[in-house]
Design a protein around this ligand. Structure first.
Ligand SMILES: Cc1cc2nc3c(=O)[nH]c(=O)nc-3n(C[C@H](O)[C@H](O)[C@H](O)COP(=O)(O)O)c2cc1C
Length: 227
């Protein structure tokens, strides 16, 4: 069985630390599990991404048919959504900006709303986060947890690496481009987080294949009641 992982690089700059965190994680996975992991990286900065316009059109009709995003033909977002759906697990690498993931991440992730409205197309997908911050106490963990939230809303399973190397996700400590290459421990955390996503994605994939269980959640507009 091959496990397909998708890396989303949310840095706006080239030769980014975020990109290096992803590459390192995948290279070490290849070395540890030869031939078992297929991986690819999407660099969000290379793509045309319009913000969600909050038109509330995307979703599901009463008859169960799906309505796509009205911007589907306007930019490159659908390509990213298709890659996310096709992946068995996702690794998000982001620089830490003001204790949060990058604005590029935030702009993109709002556009995943149609997937949620289309019976949670990302349901049960493991997701790990690799954050790089210039300062040692510069908000890496708040950025990691903020990155989790939209994925939880999408029905994904977010993971860190337990107590192995990093509880919530990987933390690269680096400022300038490429600086993270000298942060051995941060790069090890990137691998450990990638490995956790890889293993969990494999367990889920094998379980679904063996059991035949459906692996999705049904979306409804129910919001509870209020008087
Ligand atoms: C707008 C902006 C905000 C930043 N905010 C933080 C921050 O809150 N904490 C921190 O430690 N570093 C902060 N940094 C530094 C970056 O996190 C750091 O340079 C990181 O290595 C960038 O990763 P990249 O190479 O993947 O883009 C900020 C940088 C920018 C440009």
């Amino acid at each position: 069985m091959t496990v397909r992982l998708l890396g989303l690089n949310c840095s706006p700059r080239d030769n980014s630390n975020s990109g290096i965190m992803l590459e390192t994680g995948f290279e070490k996975l290849d070395a540890t599990y030869p031939g078992e992991c297929e991986h690819s990286v999407i660099h969000l900065r290379d793509l045309h991404i319009e913000p969600c316009k909050a038109c509330n059109v995307c979703g599901k009709k009463k008859d169960g048919t799906f309505i796509p995003c009205v911007r589907e033909q306007e930019d490159d977002v659908q390509t990213i959504l298709d890659a996310m759906v096709a992946a068995d697990g996702i690794l998000v690498a982001t620089p830490v900006y003001f204790g949060l993931p990058s604005d590029l991440f935030s702009k993109f992730i709002m556009r995943t709303r149609p997937l949620r409205h289309q019976d949670f197309k990302l349901a049960n997908k493991p997701v790990g986060v690799l954050a790089t911050a210039g300062r040692r106490s510069g908000g890496a963990e708040t950025a990691i947890i903020a990155t989790w939230l939209p994925f939880v809303r999408n029905g994904c399973l977010v993971v860190g690496n337990g107590d192995g190397t990093c509880q919530f996700g990987a933390y690269g400590w680096a400022g300038g481009r490429g600086h993270v290459l000298s942060d051995e421990w941060g790069l090890e955390q990137a691998f450990q987080t990638a490995q956790r996503v890889f293993k969990l994605a494999g367990v889920i994939k094998a379980g679904v294949e063996a059991s035949g269980y459906e692996n999705y959640m049904t979306f409804s507009y129910s919001q509870g009641t209020r008087t």
